[in-house]
Design a protein around this ligand. Structure first.
Ligand code: NAD
Length: 469
């Protein structure tokens, strides 16, 4: 596939002098060239966003909402081509790419319904005190490679609804679907309101230190989040950081394993495990451990892993070589430490970053496969005997994105779920999210939240107005 992929700066397509190659992970081969932004491109994008800001800020919110809905319609009309681009660069099967784009369209329409509140704190014959929310200015968005279209939507749409202008930089592994998304949006948006820059290496860092940018919204790994936080300190940028997770799920002795096995399977292996709030550590009571592990392994062994181009594929490859190498190293480490593989465990020799869906038991805390975020299709199942101990182990992590309890006793499960130290807790589910409910990480899984009015307000500055009559 050769296409001309361009950045959008001030409403214009911009092809840089330099390019970098984008790899199809199902073949481990380059399939397209992407523009490599220079520092001047970034300056031009920020200048365009700053110039567009006063008019966009003062545009009535209903008009901004109307444009978001226009963008949703445009993405809907282009979804087949976008799904091909997304699945080719990301690796996910075509149906999953359609699922991601469908979710993005849904989020755009739901985000268009949000309105920032004006709160009245005091109102009497002497004084009135109001709290307003105002946009921040220019938002820099930096996205990862696992769900590039959806995460770009999560960053860009609330930022625009709040009245900000945006410069987005997608992951250099998956830049093309974002370039297309920004191009589609720019048919409807005024010039400069939404700009894209692509590049490897330093461009993300240049964004986080840029004096013309007021806020960074970042989704990616915790180490990069730390780096961004320190780099943004000089200009005191506002930050929303959605970082890594190592979500634990705890199955209580009264759980219905026939009912939960397919759900746990789907929540662990969806997108080949490359989801921030995927179920990544499964603690199962000893009375159910062997039976539940086998049920999940049966599903893993039956799953069809293959390229996006094959309609039979249910799961794709790892997105990139580094992630593939990490998953393989974690599997090898588990094997060396006595892990028992009920499914998968060894990469095949075929081209592409394919790793089979892998279920490993006889592993425990203190081993890499349990302690580290795998971000891949490998699920460690850990046996426990005491539920308080399982909760303590679930919480003994620097991460705190999500967690879940699985039981037929909903009341008990809910009480335990609320003891989990994480931003979202589920009962008999995992990783499900809603555009109306806040989502974010506790501890080192992030700062701030996305979605709903809470997410919108992350793109706004409060202004208190005191009126003396
Ligand atoms: P990553 O941190 O390697 O990269 C993310 C983005 O940051 C990319 O666009 C990259 O180019 C850019 N970047 C890298 N170094 C930078 C720097 N110094 N300054 C500025 N930008 C920089 O993450 P990834 O490997 O793309 O994504 C996987 C990680 O993302 C996992 O840990 C996963 O859990 C996490 N994630 C979290 C959420 C969430 O909502 N909490 C969602 C998806 C993914």
């Amino acid at each position: 596939m050769t296409q001309s992929h361009a950045m959008i700066i001030n409403g214009e397509r911009v092809e840089a002098a330099g390019t970098f190659g984008v790899i199809d992970p199902a073949r481990a081969e380059f399939f397209a060239d992407c523009p490599a932004a220079s520092p001047e491109h970034l300056d031009a994008a920020v200048a365009a966003a700053r110039k567009a800001f006063p008019t966009w800020r003062d545009t009535v919110i209903e008009e901004r909402a109307r444009l978001l809905n226009e963008i949703a319609n445009a993405v809907e009309a282009d979804k087949d081509a976008l799904a091909v681009l997304l699945s080719t660069e990301q690796g996910k099967p075509r149906a999953s790419a359609h699922g991601e784009i469908g979710a993005a369209i849904h989020w755009m329409r739901e985000t268009a319904k949000l309105r920032p509140p004006v709160e009245v704190i005091r109102d009497d014959e002497k004084n009135r005190i109001e709290v307003h929310r105002k946009p921040l200015g220019v938002v820099g968005s930096i996205t990862p490679w696992n769900h590039p279209v959806l995460i770009a939507t999560w960053h860009v749409m609330p930022a625009l609804m709040a009245g900000n202008c945006v410069v987005i930089k997608p992951s250099s592994y998956t830049p093309l679907s974002t370039l297309r998304l920004v191009e589609l949006a720019n048919v409807h948006l005024p010039r400069g309101v939404l700009n894209s820059v692509t590049g490897e290496g330093g461009i993300g860092r240049a964004i986080t230190g840029h004096p013309g940018i007021d806020k960074i919204v970042f989704t990616g790994s915790t180490p990069t989040g730390r780096n961004i936080m320190s780099n943004a300190a000089d200009t005191l940028k506002r930050l929303t950081l959605e970082l890594g997770g190592n979500d634990a799920a705890i199955v209580l002795p009264d759980a219905d394993i026939d009912a939960i096995a397919p759900v746990i399977f789907a929540k662990s292996f969806g997108n080949s495990g490359q989801t921030c709030a995927a179920l990544k550590r499964l603690y199962v009571h000893e009375s159910l451990h062997d039976a539940l592990a086998e049920k999940i392994a049966v599903l893993a062994r039956a799953a069809k892993v293959g390229p996006a181009s094959d309609p039979a594929s249910q799961f794709g490859p790892l997105q990139n070589k580094a992630q593939f190498d990490l998953v393989r190293a974690l599997a090898d480490d588990a094997r060396a430490n006595g892990g028992r593989f009920l499914a998968g465990g060894e990469a095949s020799d075929e081209a592409g970053y394919f790793f089979p869906l892998t279920v490993v038991t006889e592993v425990t805390d203190g081993m890499r496969i349990v302690d580290e975020e795998q971000f891949g299709p490998i699920l460690p199942i850990v046996r426990y005997s005491d539920v308080d101990d399982a909760i303590a182990r679930a919480n003994a992590s620097e991460n705190g994105l999500g967690g879940s309890i699985w039981s037929t006793d909903i009341k008990k499960a809910e009480a335990l779920a609320r003891r989990l130290e994480c931003g979202t807790a589920w009962v008999n589910d995992h990783s499900s999210i809603s555009p109306a409910a806040p989502f974010g990480g506790a501890k080192q899984s992030g700062i701030g939240v996305e979605f709903g009015h809470w997410g919108l307000e992350e793109y706004m500055q409060m202004q208190t107005v005191h009126i003396t009559r």
